[in-house]
Design a protein around this ligand. Structure first.
Ligand code: ADP
Length: 162
């Protein structure tokens, strides 16, 4: 069975990400959620917070684990012996970016295949960015993120409000 990585910002993890992990879990011998920590990118949550949130939300399974990485996705894939990079597409707006990234990763790491998983219809409007926007305005997060993430988002905006 192949080994996969699922890289992303996970800032924060949403039910959309959780859904992808649940759906692909049985297809691979191992799935590693790789939390990106690019130094030039600004995140709402630190890499430690994002790591903890993903851990709290993952299905109880020895097949799924989570790490933080600040390097290239293909380098992490090759270094860990992964054969497949999982990415998700919600709508046409994601397509060009995901295709460019898959082609770049193919160039950099020819042995690693990108596999695209389409979002489930109930989550195809859910993104970390939108979820933060909802939280900023005190909206209901119950159907968007797991409870621990909802609590962390609410804390974040309570702290930042005047
Ligand atoms: P990045 O900053 O690398 O895009 P994200 O955490 O936003 O990181 O997303 C990681 C991957 O998960 C991306 O391929 C994205 O398209 C996918 N994704 C995000 N939200 C959803 C969702 N609701 N359903 C399916 N895939 C999703």
């Amino acid at each position: 069975m192949a080994k996969a990585i699922y890289p992303g910002s996970f800032d924060p993890i949403t039910f959309g990400h959780v859904d992808i992990i649940r759906r692909i879990e049985s297809l691979f011998s191992e799935i590693t959620v790789v939390i990106a920590n690019s130094h030039h990118k600004e995140y709402m949550f630190s890499s430690e917070e994002r790591l903890q949130m993903v851990k709290d939300c993952l299905p109880q399974s020895s097949r799924v684990n989570v790490v933080v990485s600040d390097g290239l996705t293909v380098d992490y894939a090759r270094g860990s012996g992964a054969d497949v990079i999982i990415r998700g597409i919600r709508a046409i707006a994601d397509f060009e970016y995901e295709m460019a990234m898959a082609n770049m990763n193919k160039k950099l790491g020819p042995g690693v295949e990108t596999l695209i998983v389409f979002a489930s219809p109930e989550y195809n409007y859910v993104s970390s960015r939108m979820v933060k926007e909802v939280a900023r305005h005190g909206g209901d997060l119950a159907n968007l993120v797991p409870p621990a993430v909802g609590a962390a988002l609410s804390r974040q905006f309570r702290q930042n409000s005047p």
